[in-house]
Design a protein around this ligand. Structure first.
Ligand code: SAJ
Length: 477
């Protein structure tokens, strides 16, 4: 426990002025909630005045949210705190010097998931800005998802190098990972428990002082900074693992002629004190910005921090195997498509595929790391013409996305459902067949959206993830 840092904080007194670096889907709701907390005097949102995102500054200072999609309560809250003079957005990073606490909510993607090297460039730039203007006694908190070891390692080094101050002695440093989902940003921050990890006890205590006022039902869960980094990456690695287990089971069920959804319901029925199976859902693949990278952050942390990693019998990490299974699923969708075409005495060359669903998650316009993309590439590689439909997605670089479902289905040899948008649950077999104009069109269901028997009766060749009980059905003439 650093008595020197504690005495500096005692002299400064309670946190009053807060800075949030990065006006994105994490930083904006966080800044608004800090500003709405009665105990804090002012919040500054720091945003680079760049060509791509400088426009946010004026919008936020008008109390308007630059975020896409519905965020219940956010625009009202921004109007309230801007109107009360408690929140202001600025590109003048020198004002960091007037902050008692500064949080960084900056994205940390991978340059290329193959090499697992994260692109920390934006985070490093943010850390340098904070370091250059850091005052003695200030609390710095990383909210971005980072490789375990980053807060106490790279972040600490950059802040100390730029400020000339020593972390844990002259300023506080912590990690408090975000756990927000688009569409429920404010609710998630208020209601999720908040992991808060300092590089030392004084930093942890100061970070608790910052976050406790914005929580309603959420509780503070204190730990070390590195444990907080491991918690965040592992909570997503575990979700990825659960999905991979469901996907592996689906592949087994296909091979054994069994309906995976019957098996899933059976497994899920086992409940009782301390008994849970928490089985998730098999599907066409795993996309998004979280699960596709956080397992690799966890693995890198173990490599960088752990060094002599050991697995029994030379096995590889179960989290790496889970990633491989989930990344395999779009290829399995290609396999099901080719098998279906074969049963319809068709070849992929020249076949028309209606690909339904481009967003990575149902009833959303979010297309980040969509598993439909590798499927489209493989089918085009096989000589097929692929038309993409998605009612929520307006555009995607290099891809024409249609909102005209019947137009997309017209003349299709194959209908492939990749995303479980509610629109696809009402597909009428007779209408889809009529639109296709084919005697035995193929339907490949990646999200268990349609009733196999209805399509089989209408003369379709049906293939579904995990539907070992239907994938070899007799084709109705
Ligand atoms: N998926 C499946 N089967 C499932 C669940 C999801 O195949 O049973 C697929 C989805 O189709 C999608 C991908 O996995 O392609 C990711 O889905 P997701 O529901 O995990 O959504 P994400 O990626 O937005 O995950 C976020 C995470 N939130 C944060 O990191 C703050 C994750 O921790 C949450 O658990 C998740 O939302 C959630 O539960 O909503």
């Amino acid at each position: 426990m650093s008595s020197r840092l504690q005495s500096i904080i005692d002299r400064i007194g309670p946190i009053r002025n807060i800075g949030v670096i990065g006006m994105g889907y994490v930083g904006i709701p966080a800044a608004a909630l800090f500003a709405d907390a009665p105990g804090f005097e002012s919040v500054r949102g720091f945003q680079r005045d760049s060509p791509s995102s400088g426009y946010k500054i004026a919008m936020l200072n008008r109390g308007e949210s630059p975020l896409k999609g519905e965020e219940p309560g956010l625009e009202e809250l921004l109007g309230k705190v801007v109107g009360a003079g408690k929140f202001r957005c600025t590109s003048d990073f020198s004002e960091i010097a007037e902050c008692d606490a500064v949080t960084l909510a900056i994205q940390t993607p991978f340059k290329d998931p193959k090499d697992l090297i994260p692109d920390f460039s934006a985070l490093i730039e943010g850390l340098r800005q904070v370091g250059r203007h850091l005052s003695e006694g200030t609390l710095v908190v990383l909210e971005s998802t980072v490789t375990p070891g980053t807060t106490a390692g790279m972040a600490r080094e950059i802040l100390e190098e730029e400020s000339g101050l020593t972390a844990g002695e002259e300023f506080c440093l912590a990690h408090a990972p975000e756990r927000v989902m688009v569409g429920r940003l404010l609710r998630n921050i208020r209601e999720h428990d908040r992991i808060v990890g300092g590089i030392d006890d004084v930093s942890t205590a100061r970070a608790i002082e910052l976050y406790r006022p914005v929580l309603t039902t959420g509780k503070i869960i204190p730990m070390t900074a590195t444990a907080a980094e491991v918690t965040k990456t592992a909570e997503n690695a575990f979700r990825d693992l659960q999905i991979a287990a469901a996907n592996q089971l689906a592949l087994h069920c296909e091979a054994m002629g069994v309906n995976v959804y019957d098996v899933r319901a059976g497994i899920d029925s086992l409940k009782g004190e301390g008994i849970t199976r928490a089985i998730l859902w098999p599907g066409a693949g795993v996309g998004g910005h979280c699960l596709t990278k956080d397992s690799w952050h966890l693995e890198r942390g173990a490599q960088v921090l752990g060094g002599d990693l050991w697995y029994p019998h030379g096995a590889e990490s179960i989290f790496g195997v889970a990633r491989a299974i989930n990344e395999f699923m779009p290829r399995h969708m290609v396999h099901l498509t080719l098998e279906g075409l074969k049963r319809a005495d068709k070849f992929p060359e020249g076949a028309t595929v209606a690909l339904l669903g481009w967003a990575f998650i149902q009833n959303s316009d979010d297309t980040r790391n969509t598993p439909a993309e590798p499927y489209l590439a493989a089918m085009e590689e096989a000589g097929a013409e692929v038309r993409v439909h998605d009612p929520f997605v307006d555009e995607y670089p290099g891809i024409e996305v249609s909102h005209d479902l019947e137009g997309t289905l017209a003349g299709a040899d194959v209908v492939t459902i990749f995303t479980g948008h509610h629109h696809y649950a009402s597909l009428d077999p007779a209408r889809v067949k009529e639109l296709s104009g084919k005697e035995h069109p193929v339907i490949v269901d990646g999200r268990n959206v349609v009733d196999p028997d209805a399509f089989i009766r209408a003369g379709f060749v049906y293939k579904g993830i995990g539907r070992g009980d239907r994938n070899s059905h007799p084709v109705v003439p």
